[in-house]
Design a protein around this ligand. Structure first.
Ligand code: ATP
Ligand code: MG
Length: 237
């Protein structure tokens, strides 16, 4: 199996795309032939009659790849901004496990290192009987769990980790994303207690970056922050 990680999070909007894109760029800069994939994208953006996958578009921005490459990094690109199972139903599309897995296998073939971003968290349905956790297990890559830094993250992180373990997934570690400049006692304690309670390494803590905007394609500061604050060397082994 190729080297790689499945990037999940404790919720939607926690920073999977930011972490994936930043890691991709750092790996490429260090000579690792890496690719990032977003197998299922909901909330795609329609431009000139075409649906564009915003997360994959952001990987391209960070990696310096042409914007047109984004379409090749996403298997199912769905417009409604909701859970994939509903986005597919609203679009009249059947999401199919075999198609997803065959697509991933094909994309992985050409690269030595793969980052696969989930959608939302692990308990998000792709279909009524195939959840994001099942896709992660089928792909077989260890998980990177992206967590919020503040209040509520202990509960969300422990539930995500317990759910992953219950489904037999292997976990590489945690990445806390969006640490405010003035981290208070809650954030400071979370950075210590999350690895302790999960038994997982904290692989990095990305600061909140004023210039970062995934939706607008602004990745100023992200690559530098990942290089500086994330233990990416441990990830490439
Ligand atoms: N470190 C950061 N500093 C500032 N803003 C951030 C940071 N990380 C992410 N964001 C912003 O937070 C929002 C959510 O981030 P992101 O898109 O990476 O989340 P996600 O987990 O990939 O969401 P989804 O489940 O929709 O794929 C985006 O608007 C992004 O620009
Ligand atoms: Mg995302």
């Amino acid at each position: 199996m190729k080297k790689g990680f499945f990037i999940t999070a404790t919720d939607t909007g926690v920073g999977k795309t930011a972490v994936t894109a930043g890691l991709l760029a750092v790996l490429l800069q260090n000579g690792v032939q890496a690719v990032a994939l977003k197998p299922v994208q909901s909330g795609a953006v329609r431009k000139n009659g075409r649906l564009l996958p915003p997360d994959a578009a952001f990987y391209c921005r960070a990696a310096g790849w042409p914007a047109e490459a984004a379409a090749n990094l996403c298997c199912y690109c769905l417009e409604p901004p909701c859970s994939p199972h509903l986005a597919a139903a609203l679009s009249g599309i059947n999401l199919d496990r075999e198609t997803l897995l065959a697509w991933c296998a094909e994309k992985v073939r050409a690269s030595e290192f793969v980052l696969v971003e989930g959608a939302g968290g692990l308990a998000v349905p792709i279909t009524d009987n195939y959840l994001m956790v099942d896709l992660a297990r089928d792909l077989g890559y260890p998980l990177l769990v992206v967590c919020r830094p503040g209040l509520g993250t202990i509960n969300h992180t422990l539930l995500t980790v317990a759910y992953a373990r219950q489904h037999g997934l292997s976990l590489a570690g945690l990445v806390v994303n969006g640490l405010p400049g003035e981290a208070g006692p809650v954030e400071q304690d979370n950075l210590k207690i999350l690895p302790r309670l999960t038994g997982l390494p904290l692989l990095g803590t990305l600061p909140r970056l004023a210039g970062l905007d995934v939706e607008k394609g602004h990745c100023a500061g992200l690559v530098h922050a990942v290089r500086q604050h994330l233990n990416w060397r441990a990830l490439i082994g």
